[in-house]
Ligand binder design. Sequence first.
Ligand SMILES: *Cc1c(COP(=O)(O)O)cnc(C)c1O
Length: 427
Amino acid sequence: MPEQTPIPTHWYNIAADLPVPPPPHLHPGTREPVTPADLEALFASGLIEQEASTEQYIEIPEAVREVYKTWRPAPLIRAREFEKALGTPARIYVKYEGVSPVGSHKTNTAVAQAYYNAQDGVTKITTETGAGQWGSALSFACAKFGIDLEVWQVRASYESKPYRRFLMETYGGTVHPSPSTLTESGRKMLADDPETPGSLGMAVSEAVEVAASDPNARYALGSVLNHVVLHQTVIGLEAVEQLRAAGEENADVVFGCAGGGSNLAGLAFPFIREVLHGRANTRVMAVEPAACPSITKGEYRYDHGDVAGLTPLLKMHTLGQDFVPDPIHAGGLRYHGMAPLLSHTVDLGYVTGQAVDQTESFAAGVLFARAEGIVPAPESSHAIAACAEYARGLTEPEVLVIGLSGHGMLDLPAYHEFMQGNLVSTL
Ligand SMILES: *Cc1c(COP(=O)(O)O)cnc(C)c1O
């Protein structure tokens, strides 16, 4: 293991340590394992290499570490007041990613992806975004590396949640409501239904179409893929060291919310590394919304990452590429599938799924905000709720770690609705 300084020098690739290698991605046409050539039109070469890497540690480029310095290492906070509010003997630690410039963990991979694209001479990146967490992270990163960014944002969010759009534009990104008239797929969707509110699946199709037809452009994805998970391991690598510095040998349980699986995998994989090397017995809980329960109610099989079926087939826990979840407030958790690497660790027994209802999640978020002062992102509140329930049931002290993937300062209207009693249970 390389010596890690406060900001890690290497990302950790769990694929190198697992007793069974992860299943490969398959070409959507041939159903044979994808080759680097299959992915070249869409992704930067450095990222394609990482997607299939079996190296245990991959060096973080100096230019990426320089940008990480703006907010990393992210704090690990002992949540004493939250412990008191729960009346638990547990010692609860919170790894807080809301300190990044856009308020979530997504910058960890956005910066790396912009860097590898810049290395290849790419001048434009395209992507999709829902509420705008990913789009704003990538806008920030593209500004750092002088790359133009075009974002297709789900029309319903574009119109009803403008603040992250303004943030994307502040960093220089161009934002289009999706479906748009700018692409063939968008024009077709509008012809089918001129009033459509849009969906992530539609926005993916538009962003992919534009990247595939422009030799100087590439596409970027904010979760799910192996290279995204790899970049997010800075979270867990820091947390393992910070926990030791706080005088704790190991974590008993790690809780994280799981949408596409990247923040949880990023936090948990370095803890699972300790388990794989016989140094700990840490358990990991993947907490998902009851409205979109990929791990707890889905099937573990090959499925497409998008509605149109353009992406490679990924072996993952999935509710099916056509599954449309209820419009819960934790928009970042409304994805039908799960990161294949995380699904593989679930399958091998290192991670357990748990579903949490959104009202329970908001209640825990409010309790946490009143105790610790941080208003969690609605996504992160799912992890807090699961941890709270577990901690309340303990009679002996345990060390619990929560992944706080982002802050909820742009989600205050949702908190307001919850406090007015207007949020419905999705159970
Ligand atoms: C996007 C997002 C998530 C869900 O994505 P993962 O890939 O599962 O991490 C969770 N929390 C926040 C704050 C997000 O922005």
